[in-house]
Design a protein around this ligand. Sequence first.
Ligand code: HEC
Length: 161
Amino acid sequence: MNKKSSIFTMSGAALGFLLLTACGGGGAMVEDDSAEYQAYLYRDSLMTLAANRMALIGGMAREEIPLDEEAFIAATAQLAALATMNLDGFENQTIVAASRTLPAVWENWEDFQQKNADFVEATQGLADAAADGGFSAAQGLVQGTAGTCGGCHRTYREREE
Ligand code: HEC
């Protein structure tokens, strides 16, 4: 895949949309610049990125995606970095309509912080193992790391309809 070519191969319409959005004329994408909505966008974006990296890591660990060791190692480091940024997205205590965060987060803030600390620790352990010993050293830690995602969602994320 040639990453550089992507912006040039975009259709005119897509590019126009991108420019509109970048200039703040995109309407829906900048509908709400309140602190509450921005906090939601922050955590939702962070979770989307974390899920993307986890899908790659997990897919390779389960041998469903062809192994690219360099990409695997990079993704574990990226996931660990994202984990350290997660708590910042929960400091604003107002839940906007689009958000799936449950009020339990702030009712049990200590426990939520602990769940987040488990996530940070597991992703860092995974990244360290991958950096030191490559895929074979990290593969066995992937399932446990993914478990820290569900460990938090079970209590603190609203279920999908
Ligand atoms: C410390 C708690 C916690 C951890 C750890 C955590 N999440 Fe989340 N996650 C949440 C909460 C809370 C939400 C709901 C956010 C919102 O909508 O306000 C969420 C939302 C999501 C979403 C939904 C985004 C959307 O568009 O609705 C995805 C996907 C997700 N998380 C994936 C992950 C993955 C993958 C991991 C692990 C690599 C992870 N999360 C770790 C708490 C956590």
